[in-house]
Ligand binder design. Structure first.
Ligand code: NDP
Length: 244
């Protein structure tokens, strides 16, 4: 399936590493002009070195005011990928207010905020658009030590549905991708222990974790006009984990 984003402008958050970084590079390869948002300048420097057409924006998305300022001149955006997230793992009885606030600030509140900024422009231009929120299988499945992370992703799935409902009339589609474990920096944090990863993998019918490219391809599909009638869904990229 050929997908072209020639003439489109995209914004990807959490663009420094892992899935976000690979999404930026894939969008650029498909012809989009990409704004890459993340909080570590060194990652943006290396990203621009790898792909000179990328516009870097360095900001901590947990900071509402700083995000507002950083994105005020971002210009028109057609495609948005809310990918940045924080995954601090704690047993339920040890969850701290700091971890709770940091997780919800990045994983939910920043998604709402960046989407507002971008969707207001989409609505004003009347040109429509597509937004993909990167959720997780953890939105629908209880995972030990993930009480806050699971809660943020559950909230993100529902936020996505309401956004789809309210933005649909402006031809702005909003969907999530919900991957299983991907061995990025974040994936290694939760699943490097061979015992844990073996147990998780044994519950995935395809018998493997997802590759970064598996997730990127689903994001590209949902951003593209190949999914023009798809709005408000959670696309599982989990090898069958949640369905079987
Ligand atoms: P990584 O940890 O590899 O990358 C996350 C990126 O987001 C980094 O560039 C990080 O920057 C950036 N980021 C985090 N917090 C902020 C912030 N406050 N402001 C700006 N940028 C920020 O994660 P993944 O690529 O694995 O995860 C991407 C998405 O996929 C997340 O939404 C995650 O929840 C989801 N996901 C991941 C799975 C996995 O197993 N890996 C499974 C299911 C879903 P920095 O490094 O500077 O903090």
């Amino acid at each position: 399936m050929e997908i072209s984003f020639a003439g489109k402008r995209a914004l990807v958050t959490g663009a420094g590493k892992g899935i976000g970084r690979a999404t930026v590079l894939a969008l650029a390869r498909c012809g989009a002009k990409v704004t890459a948002v993340t909080r570590t300048q060194a990652d943006l420097n290396s990203l621009v070195q790898e792909c000179a057409s990328v516009t870097p924006v360095c900001v901590d998305l947990a900071d509402w005011g700083a995000t507002e300022a950083a994105l005020q001149d971002v210009g028109p955006i057609d495609l948005l990928v809310n990918n940045a997230a924080y995954a601090g793992l704690q047993p339920f009885l040890e969850v701290t207010p700091d971890q709770f606030d940091q997780s919800f600030n990045v994983n939910v509140k920043a998604v709402l905020h960046v989407s507002q900024i971008v969707a207001r422009g989409m609505k004003a231009r009347g040109s429509g658009g597509s937004i993909v929120n990167v959720s997780s299988q953890a939105s629908q499945c209880a995972l030990r030590d993930h009480s806050v992370y699971c809660s943020t992703k559950g909230a993100l799935d529902m936020l996505t549905k309401v956004m789809a409902l309210e933005l649909g009339p402006y031809q702005i589609r909003v969907n999530t991708v919900n991957p299983t474990v991907v061995m990025t920096e974040m994936g290694r944090l939760g699943w490097s222990d061979p015992e844990k990863s073996k147990t998780m993998m044994s519950r995935i019918p395809l018998g493997r974790f997802a590759e970064v490219e598996d997730v990127v391809n689903s994001i590209l599909f949902l951003l593209s006009d190949k999914s023009n009638m798809t709005n408000g869904v959670s696309l599982l990229v989990d090898g069958g984990f949640l369905s079987c």
